[in-house]
Write a protein that binds this ligand. Sequence first.
Ligand code: VGL
Ligand code: ZN
Length: 206
Amino acid sequence: MRNADEALIVIDVQNDFCPGGALAVPQGDEIVPGINALMSTFPAVVLTQDWHPADHSSFASNHPDRHPFETIRMPYGPQVLWPDHCVQGSAGADFHPGLETARADLVIRKGFRPAIDSYSAFFENDHATPTGLHGYLQDRGLKRLVFVGLATDFCVSYSAIDAARLGHDVTVRLDLARAIDLEGSLAAAIAAMKAAGVCLEGLDDG
Ligand code: VGL
Ligand code: ZN
């Protein structure tokens, strides 16, 4: 068993990020059994859920002349445009059916404001608007955080880097995460996590 200040944070293990979903991450479903097994060893488990309104500004479909995977400028910085995904209340927004959600203490939803995306579990993409997760972890005295989930190069890395900046002790289990890998985004995310002091584990199945 782990120490009382350790939390497992499971990022966006939702149908739309798994094979067959609207923004499928290759092999995204492979990590589910390993995550379930890891959950039972942690004193605290948090799940995040990408949760967009249909008119969300990160959807290419809401920008007349744009296509999925193009990058546009938003008031808060660059934003990749995505296929419609994780629409509030849709089957694609549900957790993967194999994920043991009953074990979670907290489910935190993000990306619900139409005008701004939220990759990180801590802050929206303006890097300033909090989701409330930091306060929750502080109130429970949870400061050693292990991240797993989807996608390594977007929501997992943004969350891990924000957590490190907030002063948490942060590990990402790369064997229990999978990447979208858009134009070198995985290599960039790995470098950024290392630079932020994030501990990377499970690089080759370990
Ligand atoms: C994610 C792109 C758009 C993620 C969420 O969970 O990594 N990526 N929305
Ligand atoms: Zn999203």
